[in-house]
Design a binder for this molecule. Structure first.
Ligand code: TEU
Ligand code: CA
Length: 541
């Protein structure tokens, strides 16, 4: 069965596999692990940015879109990667950071020298009170110009002005350059932020941090449709996904509705904010399971109603690891990792697996601020410790820092778990007795081999990609239950999200158990689900 929607494996190259001993993962390392990824069964590899960059935001601060940063490799190594992946029926997805460039980019340097190029960015005499998503004000003063420029992220990431036509055309050329190289997928970084209103209308935001002025902006769907038509829409079978920051259901559906010819799918993050106290990332609270289920149902139903597809994911390079965040990586590391995987991978949409997720890799468990490298985390540590003790601020970082997902992949039991023969740019997780890739490959009952079964299920049962989805027991405090239906077939997915046993009444006509993470072979009328048990079964019509 040929899936329309690829199963995508996300690689954070810096932390994947280092082949030249500099402590930083590289393209050659990905090439050397292609057989591992083919064995897992994935269809596409999304690489976070490897373009020339000062690495202030680990590559999301692009200084040259058409060149590969030497720390990762060469253009030739990327061409080899594309070819070698293609031999294994694996496509390569590149990460297009088109909302902003590094202040080291030639365009920005030119704008500092020549006023006629200032329209590439947002330079103003008077800043607004908008806040950067990395903390602090969103405007930086340039003394030589006596002007401020807008940066919604780090001060070294200047926002591009898509209302200025030369910017749009320059970005079209960037996307087409990589499509001509044979890239099969494109992830667009914070793409719903690129339509800012007319800068003369920028005003202070006394109700929030300014995001309402630039999120899902006035011309965003027009811009995305044009980008589609002038780039990937002209190439056969390109998979695109837009990362959407703080979008809403209506816009989210519009970006992914096929007739709109904007994007194939989207990343929205509402379900990954259910442990944000009062919606604030840096304020802790246990995750709200009922809200999680409600959000999943809301988005799944809205997407299905418009023949649109969303991304299925709990992990990426910006999020803490799900087995530590939503599962129990101490007492039930295998059960909770596989329960969460089953819950997400068998829904309707395009599934993602983030590097390390397939081996149940937990959070970093760092114990000193010196262990951290992420600019957002370090900024917020300084902000947090103005109102709490250093230890309290560190505990928040331990749970929320993006470095949790960026610890190097533990390949085996050699030094630095085989990631590098040098000094890792970021420490490996300090979680005790971590299960390496080698451990997982050797153990038929490992998280890795469970993921292979999940992927095989999606590839053999059309119902998973094409079927409808109906959520049940929405108010159950521990179980997520949904059914998938297609061409008269029905399967039921039931997940115990917690570490206690739960009574479960299966549907009467159980036909067969298709997958279980606890080795269940029968489902009787009254049964007790084990802690973090996942069960997928078919029923007779
Ligand atoms: O992320 C944007 C984004 O929404 C997250 O950074 C989020 O704002 C933050 O993690 C909240 O805690 C994209 C990239 O995925 C991220 O790695 C980059 O840092 C960011 O854009 C800027 O390019
Ligand atoms: Ca390297």
């Amino acid at each position: 069965m040929q899936n329309k929607l690829p199963i995508v494996y996300q690689i954070y190259p810096k932390s994947f596999y280092d082949t030249n001993g500099d402590g930083i993962g590289d393209v050659q390392g990905i090439i050397e692990k292609l057989d591992y990824l083919q064995y897992l069964g994935i269809d596409m590899i999304w690489l976070t940015p490897i373009f020339t960059s000062p690495q202030r935001d680990n590559g999301y601060d692009v200084a040259e879109y058409l060149a590969i940063d030497p720390v990762f490799g060469t253009m030739e190594s990327v061409e080899t990667l594309i070819q070698e992946a293609k031999k294994r029926d694996i496509g390569i997805m590149f990460d297009m950071v088109l909302n902003h460039t590094s202040t080291e980019h030639a365009w920005f340097k030119r704008a500092l020298k020549d006023p006629q190029y200032q329209d590439f960015y947002f330079f103003r005499e008077k800043p607004t009170n908008w806040e950067s998503k990395f903390g602090g004000n969103a405007w930086e003063y340039v003394e030589s110009l006596n002007l401020y420029y807008l940066h919604l992220f780090d001060i070294t990431q200047a926002d591009l002005n898509w209302e200025h036509e030369p910017v749009f055309q320059a970005l079209v050329d960037v996307v087409n350059f990589w499509l001509d190289k044979g890239i099969q997928g494109l992830r667009f970084d914070v793409i719903n932020l690129v339509s800012k209103p007319n800068p003369d209308t920028f005003e202070d935001d006394f109700e929030g941090d300014g995001r309402r002025f630039y999120t899902d902006g006035p011309r965003i769907h027009e811009h995305l449709h044009r980008l589609n038509q002038e780039t990937f829409g002209k190439y056969p079978n390109i998979t695109t996904v837009g990362e959407l920051s703080s979008t809403d259901v209506q816009n989210g559906v519009a970006y992914a509705t096929p007739e709109n010819k904007e994007l194939s799918t989207i990343f929205n993050f509402h379900h990954l904010k259910v442990d944000y106290k009062d919606g604030k990332k840096w304020e802790l609270m246990p995750f709200d399971f009922l809200q999680f289920k409600t959000l999943m149902k809301t988005w799944q139903d809205a997407m299905a109603a418009n023949n649109a597809n969303m991304s299925l994911f709990l992990n990426n390079h910006d999020q803490p690891r799900s087995v530590s965040r939503f599962g129990n990586d101490q007492e039930y590391p295998f059960e909770s990792a596989t329960a969460l995987a089953t819950a997400m991978q068998l829904m309707r949409g395009m599934p993602y697996i983030f590097q390390g997720e397939e081996i149940g890799l937990p959070n970093a468990y760092f114990d000193s601020i010196d262990d951290y490298r992420d600019v957002e985390s370090i900024n917020y540590y300084e902000i947090l410790r103005t109102s709490m003790s250093d230890n309290e601020a560190l505990e928040i970082l331990r749970q929320r820092s993006r470095d949790n997902s960026r610890t190097p992949i533990p390949w085996d039991d050699t030094i630095h778990h085989g990631f590098t023969t040098g000094t890792p740019w970021l420490g490996l997780t300090k979680y005790p007795n971590v299960r390496t890739v080698a451990d997982n490959l050797d153990n038929p009952n490992s998280v890795f081999h469970y993921y292979r079964k999940l992927i095989a299920l999606r590839k053999t049962l059309q119902i998973i990609e094409s079927g409808s989805i109906i959520f049940e027991a929405m108010d159950h405090p521990e179980l997520m239950i949904y059914t998938r239906e297609y061409n008269g077939e029905t399967i039921v997915v039931v997940i115990n999200f917690y570490g206690n046993t739960v009574a479960y009444q299966p549907k009467q006509n159980v036909k067969e158990i298709l997958l279980s993470n606890v080795g269940r072979t029968t489902l009787t009328a009254t049964c007790e689900l084990k802690p973090y048990e996942a069960c997928v079964y078919a029923i007779t019509a």
